[in-house]
Design a protein around this ligand. Structure first.
Ligand SMILES: [Zn+2]
Ligand SMILES: [Zn+2]
Length: 828
């Protein structure tokens, strides 16, 4: 594994002249963009430019107007403290009838300028009303061109904390939250968060002060980021890398810091974690903060580097929301908040788009991932002019499999290799902090290229090309040859970046002839994991094969693991937390440092698993027993004991499942006895919850998931045992009732099963199978009863027919007040 390249920040907390702004001279950035600065046109016609005729350096920013209005470069990162004095200055220039402004509304500052042929400095001192992040706008109104460079925002004079409250602890009371004088967005956000959270816990609101005004006294300070004595921790910081933390609870100060804003974010959250705070899910009620008169702060120093470098994955995102049960994507910001607080640095909703974590959280592990081949070479752009880029199948070029899914590319085509490599180089140019770019085959079934050059790269014996597109071949050698060619080119420009590729489907077996280059990472997909047996259990053939595959690939390249949960019945309890507790430390022991799982389940079905998994990725040495105790205590409070029994009971059911092995979608573990016992634990929990509405909803989520598992089991049985149909209907109604009573959103796939209103009358037909017809038909009203005479039943064109659902009345589907006849059509 190669050394991580770390840029240590310049440590200069406490110097009153440090610029609070990042990238204040716009030197960082590519093209017409500047890192840390956004653009916005309120009205008029404007262009945003980066200009080489700078006041200093090689770049300044400009706004060129052709129609008067308001446009600006801006940042909302600056963190300012009420009452302190700051100075804002900027070098400006104006061409034409410019109305230029440097505007910081939170400080009451407007620095105006007009036509200015030479660079000119504008400045003002101010004192903001509010502590927090403030918007700073470099604005152009009117036409002409306004230029800006070398913006400076500095602390002139800091005020000490006024005599506010103090939080009692077992030692000196906590009296202030200290940030560096030039606090960055994350340090500022964390100070405000610490103030809020400590107030929630104790009822006392601490002051936030700048380092140069922090008082030495009998009290204790919570020092955020570079407000801590950085020199004192230099040796610790040198050990923890880009994302690691130093948390030192001392008698005079609590230091929370890292080498980067993200490291500091995690250090402060480790402090919250020690206090008993948990963010257990991204929804309303997901924040769990203890209530205390006095904080127990044991003398403790934690110096930790995260166990895994990439702690990422992909979640499912579309939910039905009660009471109307309309489908919606969840609020991404809430997911990001959960992810960052639980140190998941690369979670997102889909591939290849990343969730941006924002400067307040120190950003994310940035990458481009997923089945990316056609994202880079989209056939709708290239197929018409370059069919040779795509697969040759039975003598013809195609980009589409017979199922309608994407095909692959002709991997031996030099132009394909060149274009993909160039695309990646450009992407890394414009995403300098990104770590990986995935070049991964399209999902199968799919076609592979049958051209002579592609086939000449294959080494597996007996590939039957008449079966191309049906199943999975062994084509790893051609694939690695292709990936290497791309990686070689990318390495010339970006030697420190990874090219990663799935070992999946037809490229899953280890190669025989072509081995991955130094900058190639293999992402091993692990869908066939047995949760019943330990990953090292050699008698479990599924896990033995998995570990053998990992061992074989590990000899050739660094490995990322791509795991799965139940993607068929996502809302059923995912009782694989104890399996995770053994699996992740084991793959870590075997050298895996990158994890990018599919989080196919949800927080309804996997609250413990999701949280424990995040913790294990952060620290594989986590004491799991203790983690579960603390988790249950923080989230379920007075009901912690029966909830823990509920979780552990379902975990045991996996180990004792009647099936030989347990894959993620195996429901046999939910035997009647297991389900009955689980309900009994939840009944006990409900009794202990009293009238705590938040807790009752948290428990209802567990109940809902358990009942949903019953629905799935019954839905499978009902086809063979029609007498159970009434039970299924009752159970579905109960689940639906819980959803609506507690206002709990559920996943769209789960809802589909619950919402299946029409069932074939299997009971009446003694279980004979019927054709399942879809919900959507075509419809044509027949107000004049003309259909029969005009032989609509014999029509073959339905151009003037409209889609309609058979689940809802006409009145709700665009035919208000309609009575009489109408015709339905369906192609079967
Ligand atoms: Zn080919
Ligand atoms: Zn097994």
């Amino acid at each position: 594994m190669r050394a991580l390249v770390i840029t240590l920040l310049c440590w200069c907390a406490g110097t009153a002249s440090a610029n609070i702004l990042e990238n204040p001279s716009f030197e960082v950035g590519s093209g017409n963009s500047a890192a840390g600065w956004d653009t916005d046109i309120r009205s008029g016609r404007y262009e945003f430019l980066v200009d080489p005729n700078a006041h200093s350096g090689r770049r300044c920013v400009a706004i060129q107007g052709t129609e008067a209005g308001v446009a600006r470069w801006y940042t909302t990162d600056p963190f300012l403290i009420a009452g302190n004095r700051y100075r804002l200055s900027c070098w400006v220039r104006g061409d034409g009838p410019v109305d230029g402004r440097v505007w910081l509304p939170g400080g009451g500052v407007t620095l105006s300028f007009g036509h200015e042929p030479q660079w000119k400095r504008v400045e003002a001192e101010f004192s903001p009303q509010n502590t927090g992040r403030h918007g700073l706008y470099l604005q152009c109104q009117g036409t002409g061109t306004a230029y800006f460079d070398d913006v400076e925002l500095t602390l002139v004079e800091a005020k000490p904390a006024l005599g506010s409250g103090a939080i009692p602890t077992n030692g000196a009371p906590l009296t202030q939250i200290v940030v560096p004088d030039d606090a960055n967005a994350a340090e500022g956000y964390l100070a405000i968060e610490a103030r809020r959270i400590l107030k929630e816990i104790t009822g006392v609101e601490l002051p936030v002060v700048a380092h140069s005004a922090a008082t030495e006294g009998p009290g204790r300070s919570l020092c955020i980021g570079r407000a801590a004595d950085v020199r004192r921790y230099a040796r610790d910081l040198a050990k923890v890398g880009e994302e690691g933390i130093v948390l030192d609870i001392g008698p005079k100060a609590i230091a929370c810091l890292g080498n980067t804003p993200r490291g500091t974010f995690y250090a402060v959250h480790e402090f919250f974690h020690l206090l008993g705070c948990r963010w257990y899910m991204p929804w309303e009620g997901g924040e769990c903060l203890p209530r205390r008169q006095k904080l127990a702060l044991p003398r403790r120093k934690i110096v930790h580097k995260p166990s895994f470098i990439l702690r990422g994955g992909k979640t499912i995102q579309v939910y039905h929301y009660p009471p109307a049960m309309t489908p919606e994507h969840v609020d991404t910001e809430r997911w990001v908040d959960w992810a960052a607080r639980n140190r998941m640095n690369g979670l997102r909703a889909g591939y290849p788009q990343m969730w941006r974590y924002g400067s307040i959280r120190g950003g994310e592990y940035h990458e481009f991932a997923g089945h990316t081949l056609y994202a880079v070479l989209p056939p709708d752009r290239f197929f018409a002019t370059h069919p040779e880029f795509y697969t040759l199948v039975k003598g013809e070029r195609t980009a589409t499999h017979s199922s309608g899914r994407p095909s692959q590319v002709c991997i031996a085509n030099e132009e394909v290799i060149r274009r993909i490599a160039d695309h990646i180089i450009e992407w890394f140019d414009s995403h300098p902090t990104a770590g990986r770019f995935g070049v991964c085959a399209e999902d199968e079934p799919s076609y592979w290229c049958e051209c002579a050059q592609c086939k000449a790269l294959d080494t597996a014996p007996g590939i039957d090309w008449s079966k191309n597109g049906e199943g999975v071949f062994d084509l790893t050698d051609r694939w690695i040859w292709f990936i290497n060619r791309i990686a070689e080119r990318v390495a010339q420009k970006h030697p420190d970046k990874w090219i990663h590729t799935f070992a999946y489907g037809s490229t899953r077996e280890v190669p025989r002839k072509y081995f991955p280059h130094e900058n190639v990472m293999i992402e091993l997909t692990w869908w066939d994991r047995c949760f019943k047996h330990r990953s090292t259990d050699r008698k479990c053939e599924i896990n033995r094969k998995g570990m053998e595959r990992l061992a074989a690939w590990s000899k050739l390249a660094p490995i990322a693991v791509y795991g799965y949960l139940d993607f068929h019945q996502q809302e059923t309890p995912q009782s694989f937390a104890l399996s995770d507790a053994e699996f992740y430390p084991e793959i870590h022991r075997r050298g895996v440092r990158y994890v990018s799982d599919e989080w196919d389940a949800t927080f309804l079905s996997a609250p413990l698993l999701f949280n424990l998994r995040a913790r294990l990725l952060w620290d594989v040495k986590t004491d799991v027993k203790r983690y579960i105790d603390e988790f249950c205590q923080a989230v379920y409070g007075p009901a912690a004991a029966p909830v823990k029994a509920y979780f552990l009971g379902l975990e045991r059911a996996v180990a004792q499942a009647p099936s030989e092995h347990v894959s993620f979608n195996n429901l046999e573990r939910f035997t009647p006895a297991v389900v009955k016992q689980a309900h009994a634990h939840l009944d006990a929990a409900d009794r202990l919850a009293g009238d705590d509405a938040t807790l009752r909803t948290r428990l209802a989520r567990l109940r809902l998931s358990l009942k949903y598992a019953e629905v799935c089991l019954l839905a499978k049985r009902v086809e063979k045992e029609p007498a159970l149909y009434a039970d299924l209907t009752r159970l579905k109604r109960e689940v639906d009732g819980l959803v609506k009573q507690h206002n709990i959103p559920i996943l769209i796939m789960a809802y589909n099963l619950l919402d299946m209103k029409y069932q074939p009358p299997v009971a009446a037909l003694a279980g004979r199978r019927l054709l399942q017809l879809p919900e959507q038909w075509l419809f044509r009203p027949d107000p004049n009863d003309a259909g029969e005479g005009e032989r609509w039943f014999a029509q073959t064109s339905f151009a003037d027919w409209k889609p309609i659902s058979i689940h809802s009345p006409w009145e709700e589907q665009g035919y208000p007040g309609m009575d009489g006849d109408g015709w339905y059509a369906l192609k079967v």
